[in-house]
Design a protein around this ligand. Sequence first.
Ligand code: DX5
Ligand code: ZN
Length: 218
Amino acid sequence: MSAIIAPSILAADFANLQRDCELVNNSQADWFHLDVMDGVFVPNISFGMPVIKAIAKHANKTLDTHLMIVDPDRYIKTFADLGVNVLTVHYEACTHLHRTLQAIKAEGMQAGVALNPHTNVSLIEDTLKDIDLVCVMSVNPGFGGQSFIENTYKKVRTLKKMIMEQGASTKIEIDGGVTNKNAVQLVEAGADVLVAGSYVFRSDDPTATIAGLKELAS
Ligand code: DX5
Ligand code: ZN
């Protein structure tokens, strides 16, 4: 089965959001990846609810929202009401992760957990069956356009093994620095979802770049 390709709107042209949403709609991409940053959990502020509302009006694919914010529980219902399908919170931002995951599911969304590069995958072993998606950060969260951290392959292999051993159906998503140089190796290691921002939107032909990634990931 081919991996899901999720272009990150963080790298889109915010003055032409409708155009870039249509581009993703009409491409071989599977999901929209939406990065919400609060300037506290990460040293950058991206966009929030009004922008997601605008994107949701045009996007006709799964909305995969990655919350890089402290205390995400405050906004779970808000994101559900905006039409978000997959809501990912950071392991490092949740004191009561299990409760947060249940709250996300209770709102009818799939529940994701993102792991910073320094966070060992073993820390989610006891809650893996409650997690629909693990977002393995392959850069330090906060900015697009950073270089891929090579240790990610090892993390993905360990996580995949853990998922298989538990018979869980958790998907593995890779976020940060994904390009044609690492896509194949990531899928071989066990990745199910590839997020790509700069590699897609800074290319001359984003539609062809998405198609190329999809091909590599199949
Ligand atoms: C980083 C974000 C990523 C980012 C990826 O904090 O979570 O989703 O948009 O961008 P690229 O693909 O440019 O590394
Ligand atoms: Zn992201």
